[in-house]
Design a protein around this ligand. Structure first.
Ligand SMILES: [Zn+2]
Ligand SMILES: [Zn+2]
Length: 887
């Protein structure tokens, strides 16, 4: 069997993904006697292209899913794609714009048709990319939020909630993007601190002389003012309450009223009230029955409610004109600089406008109660635990959810209006006749639902609800949701609410919130910064395994990742190390014919040690995977495979392997070494498979040709169960003693720069007689790993002349140098070195004795000199000892 010298993931990864897929391993076999393990994918957008955030999120999911599958649980990772309303419509609208067309020109039906066409051709690209990453989702259950099944659930839920009085239509101040021409949810608005201005305007009294001064950050909205408010406790303004003012530039008369909401500290303490353009003013307006005067249209252009000279102006042009005119009329008192948080559209970055419009809402308070309880009781747990507080805070201050969007791509609201009498009917289909006027002509509500209105039903809409289904019975509630904390409100909290309300159960019992992938200097990765590598490029160069391992290995649970290209080296080097070990083992397995039974092995120290460690690591890895400490699992496996197995065990096995001449009858020692190498590496591949699925499969298939392994794939093999019988602390300690001693000998060699091939003899002074047996027995380890051809270990042994010494535990190791190096020459070299060090030392001492230097130099410079003094005198002392040792 020919194994290539270097590891080439591109030759391997596609092949095994296809193999798994053809074998049907991604689809769980339901078994009523066993508890399933279920994970719901946070559905990526249909427009999505794999980015580093997806890599982290989906790697964590796949590791957990693969681990549970190997533990024998019927495991379902349910995949899907989100139709991503605004994002997707924007992509197609951009294409239209390139052809000089707008959506309004082509109309609703054609636009929606174009988006479906786009989805068919270019959408779902991310699904193929997730496969490249190795994700073991059950693709036979792939869902799309606009599928017929999911759309049915959306309609059903809307109608249920409407009939229960939990959905209503109302006028409301919402966040409006004048560019996208749609309402945005609070969470879709990104706030940025900006330096703005505060304009102080005078509003004259209607009767007689005088005025009040109000301050505003958005002068253009004054055209929609319908009152001025003061705080009822404000002593300064008691006399104003009830007075009438003239609203400049409009000639309208508006009252001064008192409202608790007014902050006496802000501006002058008198505030303008614009119910149609500010959410707080909207509330004040409701309390005082004020008119809501909308002065802008949906594009942010001043409308007919504004005085004629402002009509048709953009909101910012209007602002300039207002300031100019107020100044000309001596009504502009002053302008202050003012820091304020400005809301921007998360899609297009346009400054949002609080805007009064007809929208649909879900009453959230009644839904939130049960969702608070299940987290309080611990039925649903957030990890890391700190997110519980964030969740609770939001749930306790929950506001109604604006679910209507003024776009065309999405689930259209199932409300119909009678064309004759305007009666509204909420129904699955257009009604046959109007119950009021018997009219038969209807128009459907133009709006579509917020994208999250379909994804909040994800746990059960994907499994066929509202119909009953076996999947719902078997897989719900799911086990764990793994997602980014940014969508804890938008998605996680809402799924908990909907699943409790419609299924009467929690959607999942654990929510693992992972960190953000950042660049080297801690900035969030983004398209506009251009600081995000393309994960597909990475996969195509170093392989998905290396990428996955690097992410997991370097990311503690819940922490952010600061990605660097250097970080990838950990995964790439690890894959190469595994490959080299595999190649070595397979070459020897080919050369040594035959394989003993497990009970025929002749175990020596290293063998018992590696089995002891393997079983310890199996227990550790299981605990880490179970507790979602994937990074600890990766670290433990790395240490075991790299250090203990590759660097120590394989090296220690070489003697025995090489003792078997090709084609002759191999001895027990060689067969034992062969058996254990194969056995330990196959178990290691099972432990590592969840993190590095491809390379572990490639090795598994090769190892199977030499070693009895019934499972045709590592993906469905059993996750190793730790055998406590094989964990032996005594063996582990003996082995550690040998390792420390070998490391000490290697260090002695380094002290005099012995070439690696130079053979040496060592003398060991023991303190206990029983140690002698140990060193004699494992003399070969010293020969193999430190080129020790002669080992003398005794109690009461004298230090040989001209030798280097090292202490390990309670023994002393000597390396006699005569015959290895020219002692006279070495002594001369060391003496020269010592001379130099002493001169340097004297120089530093002189400096520090100089009062002027100590007084005038910067303290850190003096400190540095003092450190140097210690360092150089230590070196000099060492050199002096070395010279003494040569005698
Ligand atoms: Zn926008
Ligand atoms: Zn009617």
């Amino acid at each position: 069997m020919e194994i290539s010298k270097t590891y080439d993931p591109s030759q391997i990864e596609k092949k095994w993904y296809q193999f798994w897929s053809e074998k049907g391993y991604f689809t769980p076999v339901t078994d009523k006697t066993r508890k399933p393990f279920t994970v719901l994918i946070p559905p990526p957008n249909v427009t999505g292209i794999l980015h580093m955030g997806h890599v982290l999120n989906n790697t964590l999911q796949d590791v957990i899913v693969r681990y549970h599958r190997m533990c024998g649980e019927p495991t379902l990772w349910l995949p899907g794609v989100d139709h991503a309303g605004i994002a997707t419509q924007n992509v197609v609208e951009k294409q239209l714009a390139a052809e000089g067309k707008t959506r309004h020109e082509i109309g609703r039906e054609e636009l929606v048709g174009l988006i479906w066409k786009w989805k068919g051709e270019k959408g779902d690209r991310i699904i193929e990319q997730l496969k490249q990453l190795g994700c073991s989702c059950d693709w036979s259950r792939l869902r799309f939020t606009m599928d017929e099944m999911l759309s049915k659930a959306v309609k059903e839920v809307f109608i249920y909630l409407y009939n229960d009085g939990l959905i209503y239509k109302g006028k409301y101040i919402i966040n409006w993007c004048p560019r996208c021409v749609t309402a945005l949810a609070n969470d879709e608005v990104e706030h940025a601190d900006e330096s703005g201005k505060l304009w102080y305007f005078r509003y004259p009294y209607q009767d007689g002389d005088g005025f009040v001064t109000i301050a505003t950050t958005r002068p253009e909205t004054m055209l929609g003012d319908t009152a001025v408010a003061v705080n009822p406790k404000d002593e300064r303004y008691q006399h104003l309450i009830g007075k009438e003012l003239i609203l400049p530039l409009t000639g309208r008369t508006i009252p001064v009223l008192a409202d608790d909401y007014v902050d006496m500290e802000f501006g002058t303490g008198c505030v303008k009230v614009t119910p149609a353009h500010d959410p707080n003013d909207f509330e004040i307006g409701n309390r005082h029955n004020l008119e809501r005067l909308l002065v802008m249209d949906e594009h942010g252009i001043m409308n007919d409610n504004a005085p004629e000279q402002f009509r048709g102006l953009d909101r910012y042009t209007c602002r300039e004109l207002i300031i100019k005119q107020m100044q000309e009329q001596d009504l502009l008192e002053k302008i202050d600089n003012h820091e304020l948080a400005v809301g921007h559209c998360y899609r297009c970055d346009t400054v949002i406008e609080p805007y009064l419009s007809d929208q649909w809402f879900v009453k959230m308070k009644p839904l939130s109660e049960a969702a608070i309880k299940v987290v309080e009781s611990g039925e649903v747990r957030f990890q890391p635990e700190r997110w519980t507080k964030v969740y609770m805070h939001w749930m306790n201050n929950i506001r109604d959810w604006c679910i209507s969007r003024q776009i065309w791509w999405g689930h259209r609201i199932p409300a119909y209006y009678c064309n004759a009498c305007n009666k509204m009917i909420v129904a699955k289909e257009s009604p046959a006749a109007c119950p009021d006027c018997k009219g038969t002509s209807f128009r459907q509500d133009e709006d579509v639902l917020d994208t999250w209105f379909s994804s909040w039903l994800w746990p059960f809409s994907t499994m066929g609800w509202p119909e009953e289904s076996e999947d719902q019975k078997y897989f719900l509630p799911t086990n764990i949701l793994i997602t980014a904390p940014e969508i804890i409100y938008l998605w996680v909290a809402r799924m908990i609410m909907s699943t409790l309300h419609f299924k009467g159960m929690i959607p999942f019992d654990t929510v693992l919130l992972h960190g953000t992938v950042r660049d080297e200097i801690g900035r969030k990765m983004s398209k506009s910064l251009g600081n995000s590598p393309d994960p597909i490029d990475i996969i195509e160069t170093v392989g998905a395994d290396a990428l996955r391992f690097s992410m997991v290995f370097n990311t503690p649970k819940g922490a952010d990742v600061n990605y660097t290209d250097a970080m990838l080296e950990s995964g790439r080097n690890f894959a190469n190390k595994i490959w080299n070990a595999y190649r070595f083992i397979m070459m020897n397995a080919d050369a040594i014919k035959g394989l003993p039974q497990r009970d025929e092995l002749e175990l020596e120290l290293a063998d018992r040690w590696i089995y002891s460690r393997l079983n310890e690591v199996a227990a550790e890895a299981k605990a880490h995977y179970d507790n979602l400490r994937l990074n600890d699992a990766a670290q433990a496996l790395f240490k075991f495979i790299w250090d203990e197995f590759c660097s120590w065990y394989i090296e220690l096995s070489k003697d025995r392997l090489y003792s078997a001449a090709p084609d002759s009858n191999p001895d027990k020692a060689a067969l034992t070494a062969k058996y254990i190498l194969l056995d330990v590496i196959q178990a290691s591949m099972r432990l590592l498979h969840p993190i590095m699925p491809f390379i572990t499969e490639e090795l598994w298939q090769g190892i199977r040709t030499h070693f009895p392994m019934p499972d045709e794939s590592v993906m469905i093999a059993e996750f190793p169960v730790s055998d406590k019988q094989q964990i032996d602390k005594f063996i582990a300690d003996e082995m550690a003693f040998m390792q420390e001693s070998i490391v000490a000998v290697r260090n002695l060699r380094k002290q005099v720069n012995l070439p690696p091939a130079t053979e040496i003899g060592i003398h060991i002074r023991l303190t206990e007689a029983k140690q002698q047996q140990l060193f004699n027995r494992y003399e070969s380890y010293f020969r193999k790993l430190a080129k020790v051809t002669e080992l003398k270990a005794e109690t009461g042994l004298q230090k040989p002349p001209a030798s280097l010494a090292a202490v390990v535990r309670n023994i002393e190791i000597f390396l006699p140098l005569s015959g290895l190096i020219d002692l006279a020459q070495e002594k001369a070299r060391l003496s020269k070195q010592l001379e130099k060090l002493e001169a340097e030392l004297a120089g530093i001492q002189r400096k520090l004795a100089n009062e002027n230097f100590v007084k005038n130099a910067k303290p850190e410079v003096v400190e540095k000199e003092k450190e140097k003094l210690v360092e150089v005198s230590t070196k000099a002392e060492l050199t002096r000892n070395q010279i003494v040792n040569l005698n």
